[in-house]
Design a protein around this ligand. Sequence first.
Ligand code: S3P
Length: 438
Amino acid sequence: MKFEKTSHLQGTITVPGDKSISHRAVMFGALARGTTTITNFLQGADCLATIDCFRKMGIEIENDGETVHVHGKGLRGLTAPKDTLYTGNSGTTTRLIAGILSGQPFATTLSGDESLNSRPMERIMKPLSKMGADIKSVLDNNCAPLKITPASLHGAHYESPVASAQVKSACLLAGLYADSETSVTEPTLSRNHTELMLSSFGADITSSIHETTGKATACIKPCSELYAKDILVPGDISSAAYFIAAGLLIPNSKILIQNVGINPTRAGILKVCEDMGADITYLNKKEDGEPTADILVRTSKLHGVTIQGSIIPTLIDEIPIIAIMAAHAEGETIIRDAAELKVKETDRIHTITENLTKMGGNIVPTNDGMIIQGGSSLHGAHINSYLDHRIAMAFAIAGLTADGTTTIEGEECVDVSYPEFYETLDGLMPVRIPRSVL
Ligand code: S3P
């Protein structure tokens, strides 16, 4: 797919439902008594993989392409799947389901695509084993496929070396089936959708942040039942991020993105944009469960910043597009404490560096991030997404700011989190040229 420099982007858009929240709504709905109706569910491949896994475990799930009805059968209502649960490209599906499966009275095998099966699973195997789970890497390489065999779980405390919502959630979900309280402490608070949503389904869950160390702890008590709760999924800030960056970087632009989730454990990109000098206005703020707002962005002159410490988990998925903003900003941007980038859908320190360098960006990779000297004008290049959706979308936006033509290889991988990405982008263009004729 080809991208050329554009003179401006203008319009009002919505982005699809939040990926993290959509996954959780299906999972918790399946484990609850009653029907959970999920509005604005993300119909991306990752979340569809979650639906598929629960259907294979006997849960009736209706999906009309927008709204999803999950007919939950209670905490002990799942049944043994006939074959391997396929989780595709989705780390969230794999790691969260592993927590649930650890407490089931039947054996299961979880496996995904090539990228997923090369991502580290020891991070969940270790705490789940500590709780008594029988979870093994089939190839003995600490990666999926994972085989999970019935075992009785006991409550435990786990001190996680990484701030990871997937690790935290796997432990908390296993904790529903344990014989006593389970707690997880992480170095800084990662996204807290599990804590918020599980609590609204009736789980006894508490969270706290240590005043001096900043470490975050979530505790869950074993539970006899969860109860269905309708979920309205806000727009995904991670998907909105591409349009926020595009609106800031492309001249004469003004984009209104409606109904975006701005949970502070997710919305670090907004703080970074403001620190870089962005013109962003929040309209129509709502605080009902997950906070939301309409986000109005206008073209802005950005300057470099240092991004490190506890903000990193709140923007980890947005670093590819932050790198593009940094390449255009005046001065230096330093990103530290982000070694987790190496174990995402691709090693994003590598895939960002390789592709931004091809476009003429000045970027030096480091062990836990990158240093970008801004202000170099980018030129078109052949971008390899390595089938990483966030790399494809970030570099599509870069292509709109660069001289010449940018081509994205493997552009279809956006289906994982944002199937309509290119159409929405086209809708903001000055002249609408269907991508098929470019
Ligand atoms: C997610 C947590 C994050 C994030 C991922 C979604 C979640 O991963 O990168 O895209 O929904 O819990 P980690 O928990 O590995 O940081």
